[in-house]
Design a protein around this ligand. Sequence first.
Ligand SMILES: C[S@@+](CC[C@H](N)C(=O)[O-])C[C@H]1O[C@@H](n2cnc3c(N)ncnc32)[C@H](O)[C@@H]1O
Length: 258
Amino acid sequence: MRLSGLKNFEIKVLAERCRVNIGELLNLSSLPKLIRNTIQKKLKRLDYPLAYSRGFCFFMNYKFFVSNGVFIPRPETETLIEFALNEASHFWPQVKILDVCAGTGALAIALTLELKKKGFIVETTLIDKSTRAVRCICKNLQVYNILNSRVFKADLFPRNLNESFDIILCNPPYLKKTDFRGSIREEPIRALVAKENGFYTIRRFLIRVRNFISENGFILLESSNHLVPNIKKLCEDVGLVVEQIDSLLGVCFLKLTA
Ligand SMILES: C[S@@+](CC[C@H](N)C(=O)[O-])C[C@H]1O[C@@H](n2cnc3c(N)ncnc32)[C@H](O)[C@@H]1O
């Protein structure tokens, strides 16, 4: 039997991606035509991220549910979490985490789980403006049984959020429109690209974030190298001190304090 329309090498890749052997894959032909066509269409696009096909991804060795339309967390962003873990002792034994632009929630959830392992009492708040992302966050919080948590569907800071946090994480959209090419085009453009050459969301975040930092708290921000001069200038204007933690492949990791 043949999976109509697919070339041999595509069938091989498809089998690999589905983690089944070719024999099992050929059983697809026993599926109803509509479902078979949908599967075939999706898998024919070889750029289609494996995380979407499987419905999960890994971040800091934790498994996270991720659905189509939600940003897939990147391994380089683990830099922020490792940094936060090294600095968290100041807050012992209780720490409040805020993740703005949370996506799957992987950053805040991984940090929460690691801090809990060290005996911290953690309160976790997550915000995203995408409905799909919020759904993913809720599912992931449930999987890891993180009860002391809140999720907001909001454009950056919701109106009814009037408190301060010790660790504020933010990996917002920061690419320029022209950078939206290659396999990342399978991910939602609004999660990756921002107006003003990538600065739009970061600019709005920086203008307001100072109101939400606790006395010894800090912000960990991921950005692109090309935005660092703009970020430094705006931080100076709003009274935030910028420290560069690391820079990898054009991506920059910053610590901001009041
Ligand atoms: C680059 S993704 C990062 C997701 C997650 N922090 C991570 O590193 O895996 C950016 C996320 O910001 C969300 N987002 C974009 N603009 C936003 C806004 N104005 N307010 C809240 N969330 C926003 C998108 O929906 C997306 O989930």
